[in-house]
Write a protein that binds this ligand. Structure first.
Ligand code: ADP
Length: 341
């Protein structure tokens, strides 16, 4: 379904040139869910943008569904693009249009007539589970519902390939799971080929058949998800695999912390998205009559926001501790009280 051959993409830079994608060769089979993982700047977006002709390779060729995307232009490229849809981290919805109107938009452009369009929109609404929300505006929807609209819109013209650009990175873990389940369902039901890029290994593990690991524009490791998890070869792949195996370590961490802090409460904070842990902690210290010990954990900051876990210990009157926890809740930070000393 997709063939990427000797593809390089060079951008001009202050230092002369920047190899965003450096001699990449990949084949994706029809019906496959293929993941590309890498840290920020690895070249994932540039690679995925070359699959739908948003970016042209400097060298090499990109073929999707039998068409050499890297060589065609104008009307031919527009026609080819109908078979290659994309969903985005921030959904890219039309804010002044309702759910139905957003989903109908690509059908309008393709010249699908009134009744046919209406029926197709109803079908898509059902497929993504948005019945009852047809007339809502994007601002009235949760993140997960917005992404469902994005998916329905992307599927409107029956594409052969769905490209997902960090499609769950702005969502909380539970919503992420429901969107990933929807993607698997669509892959199975429609036989759609899916290529997704992400910096989160749990996304790869949950739904991908194969994965390519990118570093500095190159694919440094490629294999089935099972093999890569069982036997990661490159240091970067080992780091990504560790991201997912951490929950086991977390259990040990919790046991240890409960022994160390028998009084007050140990609280696990989960950050995802735009959350910043420093102002949060500063405000707790300032506004509540509790003693705060920052224990351990790991927060990663990327261009897509922060994610990770932090343990803190709150000591003081239980009513004050509760107020501090209520405050944390109001900040849209995942919070779990793990001891009641
Ligand atoms: P990722 O998606 O893995 O974060 P990108 O493909 O966005 O990586 O970027 C790869 C490299 O190419 C980065 O160093 C980025 O700054 C650079 N880059 C991406 N797009 C452009 C552009 N249009 N012009 C110049 N440099 C770019």
């Amino acid at each position: 379904m997709i063939s990427i051959k000797n593809v390089r993409k060079i951008f001009p830079s202050k230092q002369g040139e920047l190899k965003a994608v450096d001699d990449v060769n990949l084949e994706v089979q029809g019906g496959e869910i293929f993941g590309v993982i890498g840290y920020s700047g690895a070249g994932k977006s540039t690679l995925i943008r070359m699959l739908n002709g948003l970016e042209l390779p400097t060298d090499g060729s990109v073929t999707v569904a039998g068409r050499v995307i890297s060589k065609i232009k104008g009307a031919e490229l527009r026609e080819a693009r109908q078979e290659i849809s994309m969903i985005f981290q921030h959904f890219n919805l039309l804010w002044s249009r309702t759910v139905s109107e957003n989903i109908a938009f690509p059908l309008e452009i393709a010249g699908v007539n009134g009744t046919q369009r209406k029926n197709r929109v109803a079908e898509l609404i059902k497929l993504v589970g948005l019945e009852g929300r047809e007339n809502a505006y994007p601002s009235q929807l949760s993140g997960g519902q917005k992404q469902r609209v994005g998916i329905a819109r992307a599927l409107a013209n029956n594409p052969k390939v769905l490209l997902c650009d960090e499609a769950t990175s702005a969502l909380d873990p539970q919503t992420t799971d429901s969107i990933l389940e929807l993607l698997v369902d669509i892959n199975k039901r429609l036989g759609l080929t899916i290529v997704l890029i992400t910096h989160e290994m749990h996304v790869i593990r949950k739904i991908c058949h194969r994965v390519a690991v990118m570093e500095s524009g190159r694919v440094v490791e490629l294999g089935s998800v099972l093999d890569v998890f069982k036997n990661p070869q490159e240091p970067i792949t080992k780091r990504f695999v560790q991201q997912v195996t951490e929950p086991e370590e977390t259990k040990e961490t919790i046991k240890h912390l409960l022994e160390l802090y028998p009084s007050g409460q140990v609280v696990q904070l989960s950050f995802i998205g735009e959350a910043a842990e420093q102002p949060l902690i500063t405000n707790i210290i300032k506004d509540f009559n509790v003693v705060v010990n920052i224990l351990q954990g790991k927060i990663s900051h990327t261009q897509n926001g922060s994610y990770g876990t932090l343990f803190i210990h709150l000591d003081g009157l239980s009513s004050e501790i509760q107020k501090a926890i209520d405050y944390i809740h109001s900040q849209q930070v995942g919070v779990e009280v793990i001891s009641n000393g």
